[in-house]
Design a protein around this ligand. Sequence first.
Ligand SMILES: Nc1ncnc2c1ncn2[C@@H]1O[C@H](COP(=O)(O)OP(=O)(O)OP(=O)(O)O)[C@@H](O)[C@H]1O
Length: 255
Amino acid sequence: MALLEARALVKRFGGLVAVNNVDLDVEAGEIRGIIGPNGAGKTTLFNLVSGALRLSSGTITFNGEVISGRKPSHIAKAGLVRTFQRNAMFPNYTVLENVLLSRHTQIEETLFKAIFGTDREEEERNRARAREILEFLELDIYANEQAENLAHGHQRLLGIANALAVEPRLIMLDEPVAGMNPTETAMVTDHIRRLRDEWNMTVILVEHDMRTVMEICEYITVINFGSKLMEGTPKEVSQNPEVIEAYLGSEEIDI
Ligand SMILES: Nc1ncnc2c1ncn2[C@@H]1O[C@H](COP(=O)(O)OP(=O)(O)OP(=O)(O)O)[C@@H](O)[C@H]1O
């Protein structure tokens, strides 16, 4: 059984079918890419899996548990979290505080509980874990910096740190290298690979930067008009005429 099994997912917005009967199986330890043209339904698919949007129909099983219909906080606690395209979640707090606050806000349902709901021992544990995450992502030198002062690449990395704070098994990254220069892209790509290799994390990413997708994903799902067009290795995807037609306007994918 795959770690994530999505069956016949459908999402309708009024008359528009944004996600149309999509199956998705992701094995533990995979780095999976989801690609497709603008408006194909990638973000909607992400939101369905993370629980941010309610399914019109379909079932999602994660780690053997049915998670469809559950709240995002429940899904996060079960070990599946997503990042967002926006920068730092709590811009006026330090980097370390961001990771601590994220852990609480993603798995607790009220801000009160998030802020006051933990005992000292648990808080110590959370703090130690937050430091470990920052070290892993080489953000520890910024631990006491205000988040909004970080460079763009580091802010996006902090988004990943915030997601890791709930200690997930599967992390969904929404355009992790969007707007980055080549140095930042290389840094983030390297960390994504290390997350899988060293922390056994399963990763799903939506990304427009084809070079990054081809470089780090061993398997890619292509979405077009809300439906799955194909799945395959980067090589299979980049050579598939339907994909080239749909996604790249008949230009070859540059790998
Ligand atoms: N909340 C919503 N209400 C109505 N329509 C929506 C909503 N969210 C998305 N859509 C529509 O659903 C379709 C899929 O959008 P989605 O954002 O999932 O595509 P995408 O593949 O992520 O696109 P992009 O690559 O541009 O981010 C689009 O036609 C979009 O306009």
